[in-house]
Design a protein around this ligand. Structure first.
Ligand SMILES: Nc1ncnc2c1ncn2[C@@H]1O[C@H](COP(=O)(O)OP(=O)(O)OP(=O)(O)O)[C@@H](O)[C@H]1O
Length: 289
């Protein structure tokens, strides 16, 4: 069955115009599709254009050349921007900058109020969204009493209340401690399992290992594409691009260099344990013990 694209980015170019003399070219002829139900990770070193690209996915930025289509709507159609943003929602790096109300449930309802959703439906959607991120019990709390991870969950709930098809996370875990990151990752994992399309921009390679597909950016272009396993197998190329691999891939690469029987195609911690067990078993069988 042909894959259905929710978002199409076609030959996009974009520069930031600082003043009359200074222009910073960032994206150069970038094309990609985001398919319904996939988990896509976008990686690249600082300044490679990931955030600028992600801001094109729901019309926060519009291309200077090329087009971006969200379910067939061109993001240049400013009259349809709410429609676009209710289909593709974005979560940013700083939880504090995304929270506008003084009570959690009002914050989650904020976007719906702007859309003029009737009160009964609004209540239903806020309940659903808070439940989905595990924040129902905090609904009457002021957001500034919450931890970073909890605030990000409220920000995600505000987007889920709009019933989007696609959630774009732009370094949404980078300000959080490891517990906060795990909170967000488990919410995102669950949403994806339930069918939501996820696009994540991240520097955390262990998060990338969870994706279905990875795009690597360099100098405002997409220079690599593949599954996490395909991408992380190319450690030298990633090194040239100043990118890391998950700890599990690095360890497997080191062991593989000493013992080629140990697989280097490893991206998850659990696979290291499985590989050690497999080799032990093989050795035991070979020695007849
Ligand atoms: N609002 C802006 N005004 C001017 N220049 C900008 C703006 N936002 C980004 N840039 C510049 O555009 C280039 C690409 O930035 P962008 O944030 O898209 O990259 P990135 O890959 O997301 O980087 P990082 O990993 O550091 O977040 C950088 O040179 C950056 O300084």
């Amino acid at each position: 069955m042909a894959k259905e694209a929710i978002i199409r980015v076609e030959q996009v170019a974009f520069s930031y115009q600082m003043n009359q003399e200074q222009v910073i070219p960032v994206l150069h002829d970038v094309s990609l599709e985001v398919y319904s139900g996939e988990y896509l990770a976008i990686i690249g070193h600082n300044g490679s254009g990931k955030s600028t690209l992600s801001k094109h996915l729901n019309g926060i930025l519009t291309p200077q050349q090329g087009d971006v289509w969200v379910n067939g709507i061109n993001t240049r159609e400013k009259a349809r921007i709410y429609e676009i943003r209710s289909q593709v929602g974005m979560v940013f790096q700083h939880p504090d900058n995304q929270i506008v109300a003084t009570i959690v449930e009002d914050d989650v309802a904020f976007g719906l109020e702007n859309l003029g959703v009737p009160a009964a439906e609004m209540n239903e959607r806020v309940n659903f969204a808070l439940e989905a991120v595990g924040m129902s019990e905090f609904r009457h709390r002021p957001p500034h009493h919450l931890s970073g991870g909890q605030k990000q969950r409220v920000a995600i709930a505000g987007i889920l209340a709009m019933k989007p098809q696609c959630l774009v996370l732009d370094e949404a875990t980078s300000m959080l401690d490891s517990y906060g990151r795990q909170e967000i990752l488990s919410v995102v994992r669950k949403l994806h399992q339930e069918g939501m399309t996820i696009v994540t921009v991240t520097h955390h390679m262990s998060e990338v290992a969870e994706a279905d597909r990875v795009l690597v950016m360099e100098g405002g272009q997409i220079v690599m594409e593949g599954t996490p396993r395909e991408i992380f197998a190319q450690q030298e190329r990633l090194h040239e691009l100043h990118l890391d691999v998950p700890d599990a891939s690095r360890i497997a690469g080191l062991v593989h260099a000493k013992n080629p029987a140990f697989s280097s195609a490893i991206i998850h911690n659990q696979e290291i344990i499985d590989e050690v067990k497999r080799l032990h078993l093989r050795r035991a069988e070979a020695s007849g013990t």
